[in-house]
Design a binder for this molecule. Structure first.
Ligand code: SF4
Length: 180
């Protein structure tokens, strides 16, 4: 039986929600052995919720996507990132050439605002698509009658709008709000 290596400790930020709690992760022999709150984190000060402990389950889930997969006539096939990006780019371009910019829609969720890559490059991608069709949990929520009756100024302010906000929907819904 081989001797186990001494555990390594990694300090990270939980990326499951915008609270961004500090976590202390112990790894031994390539496996996570402990996830606890980081007492030195200035915001969370050692507190985490049960979801952070489940990060290990997510990390080790055998069904977690770890590389691009492409659906082919013979089933799902692993492809390289280069092939995935060039294939998607080619097909998006062809679709918009034939049916116009709004034939492509984007759905964005919370992880986009606490993922550095998505935060930095997501807005540029959305601008490049030139589509008014942007969806998020917010666009679903705004179909709720109570929210539709709120004054538009309280629904979202320009100052706090980010690239997940479905502005075109807000404009259409304002037009449908009953007038007093
Ligand atoms: S530990 Fe819980 S509250 Fe903190 S960031 Fe993760 S999911 Fe959010």
């Amino acid at each position: 039986m081989s001797a186990s290596s001494s555990p390594q400790v990694h300090f990270r930020t939980c990326n499951l929600c915008e609270a961004m709690c500090g976590v202390r992760i112990e790894v031994a022999d390539g496996r996570i052995t402990s996830i606890k709150g980081d007492d030195a984190d200035l915001f969370s000060r050692g507190h985490i919720c049960p979801k952070a402990v489940a990060l290990r389950d997510l990390h080790e889930d055998p069904d977690r996507l770890r590389h691009p997969m492409k659906r082919t006539a013979s089933g799902w096939e692993r492809v390289s990132w280069e092939d995935a990006f060039s294939d998607i780019t080619r097909r998006l371009h062809a679709l918009q050439q034939e049916h116009g910019p709004h034939s492509v829609g984007a759905y964005l969720g919370n992880p986009n605002v606490h993922n550095l890559g998505a935060m930095m490059f997501g807005p540029g991608l959305l601008r490049a698509l030139r589509s008014r069709n942007r969806f998020s949990a917010t666009s679903v929520d705004w179909h709720h009658p109570i929210i539709k009756l709120r004054p538009p100024s309280t629904q979202s302010s320009t100052a706090f709008r980010h690239h997940c906000d479905p502005q075109p929907h807000q404009e259409r819904q304002q037009a449908s709000v009953p007038q007093a």
